[in-house]
Design a binder for this molecule. Structure first.
Ligand SMILES: Cc1cc2nc3c(=O)[nH]c(=O)nc-3n(C[C@H](O)[C@H](O)[C@H](O)COP(=O)(O)OP(=O)(O)OC[C@H]3O[C@@H](n4cnc5c(N)ncnc54)[C@H](O)[C@@H]3O)c2cc1C
Length: 387
């Protein structure tokens, strides 16, 4: 799969180096970890040691001093090698970014070096059972009691809470002046009393589990609040753009991996005189999938460059479009890859069928295809809202 020449030498070298690491682990490693109900700890630790997981975090806190451009390259290449690290989307990308941009000096000192060297992970919890796509309706609330914060609420589909040292929880506090609820971010350590989690049985072949969370009178010290109580929304959006860009990278990696397997197969499988890849009915959909993935990558690169340049607003539109395009490209690529392998597309030996479900994740999370189309209809095209 070609790498676009618009990337700098440095970025191409990063791609190559991460691809080499990914290839050393590969799909067999990922499949084995999933089968054992284990986690991708070895790959996580090695990628962190090489500086890849903290590449976007500030140098003074142990990171690489780069941005989301570099972090998305890392995730895409690991995915393209068959061994994506989903927690990269939440730990360094959302939580690391929010803390680096808005955290207190103490929060930065406490969390960033560990997120950068991989020794600590953070999960991110915004989705609620009764709010779903409408995050304005979340009801997890934080009230002040003495110097403490007390949180109550529920969250659902939160990834990796069991392996994360803490979860960045999006809650709401009451504005003392207006009485209106405003979003706030809290760092909730895994074993805080009242912070309960139960795994959700998912039809997904992935090492990371999803959890339903209950926050029952969770008492946190004053410094659990990230940043400014009055700038919650701004801080939240600072984390959501990297989340969308990284989900695009996750989807692109998966799509590229599946397409690669299909191309290998189509080039060698022979049931008539020539390999099946010589039939245009087999070749053209694969070519189309390749084009869709390349186009989605361009939009992802645009979003990442805008974000790293500090243009949060411009990055917002591009990040949504990139997530949309990459998810659709990945869903198509995986579907076509499974079809290209005929019956083998559904065997465990080739391991592609489970990617059909995995690819759908990028269409649903962190924001669904329809909500992105709503965003573009309203924000980009100026059309009226139906809700
Ligand atoms: C594997 C996985 C991991 C996840 N990890 C995390 C995580 O770590 N942290 C976290 O906070 N969340 C996480 N999520 C949650 C994810 O972000 C939500 O599932 C997603 O935002 C959709 O919310 P919902 O499932 O409640 O669907 P709903 O909001 O109930 O939507 C259901 C359907 O209705 C459509 N719909 C809803 N409203 C509209 C509308 N106004 N117009 C048109 N269509 C509409 C949606 O597009 C969707 O197709 C994860 C989800 C999955 C599947």
């Amino acid at each position: 799969m070609g790498t676009p020449t618009i990337e700098s030498e440095e970025h191409r070298a990063l791609r190559k180096a991460v691809a080499a690491l990914g290839t050393r682990y590969g799909r067999d490693y990922f499949t084995r970890v999933v089968a054992e109900g284990a986690h991708t700890d070895d790959l996580w630790a090695e990628a962190a040691k090489l500086g890849y997981l903290g590449v976007n975090l500030p140098e003074e806190h142990g990171g690489g001093g780069g941005g989301i451009v570099e972090l998305s390259i890392v995730l895409e290449e690991l995915g393209a090698a068959g061994c994506p690290l989903l927690m990269m989307v939440v730990s360094p990308a959302i939580c690391g970014t929010v803390i680096a941009r808005f955290g207190t000096e103490e929060q930065k000192r406490t969390w960033l070096p560990g997120l950068a060297d991989g020794s600590r992970k953070m999960a991110f919890g915004i989705t609620e059972p009764d709010a779903g796509s409408n995050s304005h309706r979340i009801t997890t609330t934080a009230r002040k009691e003495g110097g403490d914060w007390v949180l109550n609420g529920r969250k659902v589909f939160i990834s990796g809470v069991d392996i994360a040292d803490a979860t960045l929880i999006v809650g709401r506090t009451e504005d003392a002046r207006t009485g209106r609820l405003k979003p706030c971010l809290f760092i909730v350590p895994r074993d805080t009393p009242g912070f309960g989690r139960s795994p959700i049985a998912m039809e997904l072949s992935a090492p990371e589990k999803q959890f339903e969370l209950t926050l029952d009178e969770v008492r946190l010290p004053a410094d659990a609040l990230v940043g400014d109580e009055d700038a919650g929304l701004l801080q939240l959006f600072a984390g959501l753009n990297p989340e969308r860009i990284m989900t695009a990278a996750f989807a692109l990696g998966m799509g590229r991996y599946a397409l690669g397997r299909a191309v290998d197969y189509a080039g060698t499988r022979q049931v008539w005189k020539e390999p099946i890849g010589a039939h245009q009915a087999v070749a053209h959909p694969l070519a189309q999938a390749h084009i869709e993935l390349e186009l989605a990558r361009l939009m992802m690169q645009k979003a990442a460059h805008l974000y790293d340049a500090g243009d949060d607003l411009g990055a917002g539109e591009a990040a949504n479009m990139a997530k949309y395009a990459a998810a659709e490209a990945a869903v198509h690529a995986v579907d076509q890859a499974v079809h290209t392998l005929g019956g083998n597309g559904l065997t465990q030996e080739y391991g592609l069928a489970s990617m059909i479900t995995a690819a759908r994740v990028a269409r649903i999370a962190p924001v669904s295809r329809e909500m992105i189309l709503n965003f573009v209809s309203h924000q980009s095209l100026g059309l009226p809202k139906s809700y």
